[in-house]
Design a protein around this ligand. Structure first.
Ligand SMILES: Nc1ncnc2c1ncn2[C@@H]1O[C@H](COP(=O)(O)OP(=O)(O)OP(=O)(O)O)[C@@H](O)[C@H]1O
Length: 775
């Protein structure tokens, strides 16, 4: 706390939530001028409604409830038009009443694809003369309205949370419309808590909560018993078929269920491909939208379809849809295929709510999705495939029937519906909370995390909050009193997991920032073209790229650096050859480049680098030590610690036999195994007895480490506060090691970035204990 905060006066730096420029309130005269200008502009443009939707008949009711109550819940059934119409009605009403200048509406969407596609739809409906008043802002892409005053901005919840940091009371915003509240993702829950306090401080702010299904009464109670407006929906009929009917229709036998057998919920991807083929051969015309749990499943189904002779004629257009595709690639699913071609969209649950793909007639639903969960016992967070809830089933089915009648193929037995939960479990109750606690500290630095989180709609378990606080204290982001440390303030600027954020901060300090940026981006989006079929090829590519580094992270860094070199110096053929040789995904790498730029901006915001662009130049001071692999691994460890694995050689088997050459691995919470995706799996020996890691998955009760890197024991000693006695290391000449360590501390200190607060250098110079407690 002796260091000055990096953002000295938050209140002095309020940004305009619509344009992102510094906020300036309008004078009375300016406001009057703008009101008149907007009124005339709207009168001239006279925007119409392209099609009639159920909500149109409720327009007056909705608008007047929003005028008379500062918070309103709108319970609108699927397809009633709440997303595309209500924000526009609110804006239109203000403009016509001569209050347009003060009307700035933010509409949150749970995902990038819906923020962008809904903004396009609303702009299109308002017509060419007014479309400049509508815009969107999502991660890595922003097209805001031309000016604030009479503006409508669709944005993701994450982007709004970021805006709240520089404009905590939402000065200049008239309405926040939170769409799809029922999805209950962690960011939306946090947003609701922050909106409650913003409402107290900003008397001009109104909040509209829009929800299709869900517990609207509880939502209303959370906002002091605000009114609930019900709007009926409209859907063309959609015919349901469950697994038994689908198989019967395809002339197949229904498999006998083994009542005692263990349930495998991984989707049968052969069946999925067969059902799509069946629809293409026998179904009525119209596009197909197929829901699968993850990217790998999408790729596998795509490959299975491509291998079928029926799909070789080119009369189908197969489009994958996944959160990590660029906005432009995601938008291709809305285009109509040429006449005679059938569009087949293979999507994750990102296509489940808010969006309208107007030519969808058939929905194929595998019934599962990927969900993050946190095991407090092993302290491991996992991304598992789990059954969806009944409300997800309804939403998926609802993607057909929006513009014409449709068919829904549910690839699970009808009886499964009864065992599904009615609604999804709120994310806040099942995921690790480090990110949330960090956000809570940014927005409410003086509250204890437990107190702040007791104010959210469904408070997480106290134990989980305590774990998260402890983890943040362990990595030095919070101090013992739970205040944000100097390091924490910088980590809070990074738009990523706190551990990756810490890694980036340290990368800047140790002037090896580009490899760390590449690694953090690849841990957010896999650069490899991964699918079940490609797994062996990807592993081979990783093996080749890793050389003798024993590190998945150095593989990532090499992939990105190689790609960037070819982008500058290579021609198209060389780039294609590179992608092919290492089984890399072009879109993945494009996204990774976007993330790297964003992280560079974050480092600049955190005052760790003088210019954001410098981080990406290999010959800049920030990359002076970027060729030092051991330093990079050390910085990785310092960022990821206490994610540490101890390797032991010599294993006693269950049968009591001693295997001297086998290795066993354990973290501080228990034994783990290496996943086949890490380059260190199956190695006969490793150059160090210590590994660091980032991702883990749980399968059949065992914890598998997905990515890892060996680390030098000295890095452990120097850059962490690990107690080497406790970890059981047998350093034979401890004093000698500490002496060497002290020497290295002085070398390391010499390369610490000069822009780093002065206190760090003097602190680090005193003893190695100080540097490790600092890190
Ligand atoms: N891009 C589009 N192209 C064609 N029709 C569209 C488009 N977007 C919306 N519509 C029409 O408007 C209707 C309402 O869409 P909107 O997204 O506003 O509904 P909603 O009430 O928010 O539903 P949901 O909760 O299911 O997202 C759709 O069912 C469809 O008929």
């Amino acid at each position: 706390n002796k260091y000055p905060p990096i953002i000295p006066n938050l209140s002095d730096l309020v940004t305009d939530a619509i344009t992102g420029r510094p906020y300036r309130s309008l004078s009375k005269h300016e406001a009057q001028q703008l009101n008149t200008y907007l009124q005339e502009e709207w009168e001239r443009a006279n925007p119409r409604l392209s099609v009639e939707l159920p909500v149109d008949a409720h327009r007056q009711r909705v608008v007047s409830v929003v005028q008379s109550s500062r918070v309103v819940v709108i319970a609108g059934e699927t397809g009633c038009g709440k997303t595309t119409r209500i924000p526009r009605f609110l804006l239109e009403e203000c403009v016509r009443d001569g209050e347009g200048a003060e009307c700035n509406i933010l509409v949150t969407q749970p995902r990038r694809i819906s923020a962008v596609s809904v903004a396009h739809r609303v702009a299109h409906e308002m017509g060419p003369a007014l479309k400049h008043s509508v815009g969107y802002q999502v991660r890595l892409e922003s097209r805001p309205p031309e000016h604030s005053g009479g503006a409508l901005l669709f944005l993701t919840v994450g982007v709004l949370l970021k805006k709240l940091q520089s404009n905590p009371t939402l000065k200049g915003v008239s309405h926040v419309v939170v769409d799809e509240v029922h999805e209950r993702d962690i960011n939306t829950d946090l947003l609701l808590a922050l909106l409650r306090s913003a409402l107290n401080e900003n008397q001009d702010l109104r909040v509209v909560l829009m929800s299709a299904t869900g517990d609207n009464k509880r939502l209303s109670e959370y906002f002091g018993g605000c009114p609930i407006v019900k709007v009926p929906g409209f859907m063309h009929p959609v015919k349901d078929r469950f697994l038994e009917e689908v198989l019967k229709e395809m002339g197949r036998r229904i498999p006998v269920q083994d009542p005692g057998g263990s349930e495998d919920i991984a989707p049968d991807l052969v069946l999925v491909a067969d059902v799509i083929e069946h629809i293409d051969k026998h179904g009525e015309p119209g596009a197909v939208l197929c829901f699968l749990p993850g990217w790998q499943d999408i790729k596998t189904v795509q490959e299975k379809l491509a291998a079928k002779s029926h799909f070789m004629s080119g009369s189908q257009m197969i489009l994958p849809l996944h959160s990590s595709l660029s906005v432009a690639d995601q938008q291709t699913v809305f285009q109509h295929p040429p006449v005679g071609q059938r569009k087949i969209v293979l999507a994750t649950n990102i296509a489940e709510t808010s969006i309208t793909i107007d030519d969808i007639v058939h929905v194929v639903d595998a019934g599962t999705h990927k969900e993050h969960s946190y095991d407090p016992r092993t302290k491991v967070s996992c991304l598992d495939t789990v059954w969806i809830s009944r409300s997800n089933v309804t939403q998926r089915k609802g993607r057909a029937g929006r513009c014409q009648p449709g068919q829904s193929y549910h690839l699970f037995p009808r009886s499964q519906l009864d065992s599904m939960t009615p609604f999804p479990i709120p994310e806040i109750l099942r995921t690790p909370l480090e990110n949330l606690v960090l956000q809570a500290k940014i927005h409410s630095p003086n509250s204890k995390a437990i107190d702040f989180l007791s104010q959210v709609l469904d408070s997480p378990e106290k134990e989980a909050v305590r774990d998260a606080v402890q983890n943040l204290q362990d990595i030095g982001v919070l101090d013992k009193t739970e205040s944000m440390t100097a390091l924490g303030e910088r980590v809070a600027c990074m738009s990523c997991d706190p551990r990756l954020g810490k890694m980036l901060v340290l990368g800047a300090m140790f002037r090896c920032v580009l490899p760390l940026l590449s690694i953090a981006a690849c841990l957010t989006r896999d650069p490899f073209y991964n699918s079940l079929q490609n797994r062996a090829l990807v592993n081979k590519a990783k093996e080749e790229l890793s050389g003798f580094s024993y590190s998945d992270y150095l593989v990532f860094s090499r992939v990105v650096l190689g790609w960037r070199r070819l982008q500058q110096e290579g021609d198209r053929d060389e780039r294609d050859e590179y992608l092919d040789k290492y089984t890399l995904s072009r879109t993945g790498l494009r996204f990774i480049n976007g993330l790297i730029s964003q992280f560079c901006e974050n480092l600049h915001e955190a005052e760790l680098v003088s210019r954001a662009n410098d981080c990406q130049r290999q010959n800049s001071l920030n990359n002076e030590h970027s060729d030092q692999d051991e330093l990079i691994k050390g910085v990785l460890l310092a960022g990821l610690y206490p994610n540490l694995i101890q390797v032991k050689k010599g294993v006693v088997t269950k049968g009591g036999r001693f295997r001297p050459n086998s290795m066993s691995f354990r973290t501080h919470t228990g034994p783990v195994l290496l996943h086949r995706s890490t380059v260190n799996r199956g190695k006969e020996d490793l150059p160090s007895r210590w590994l660091t890691f980032f991702g883990a998955v749980k399968s059949n009760g065992k914890v598998f480490i997905r990515d890892s890197s060996t680390v030098h024991p000295l890095a452990l000693l120097l850059l962490t506060d690990s107690d080497i006695r406790e970890t059981g290391a047998t350093f034979c000449a401890l004093t000698e090691v500490i002496n060497t360590a002290m020497l290295i501390v002085f070398i390391v200190v010499g390369i610490i970035h000069p822009v780093y607060p002065a206190g760090y250098n003097s602190c680090a110079l005193s003893t190695h204990v100080s540097i490790s407690s600092l890190l």
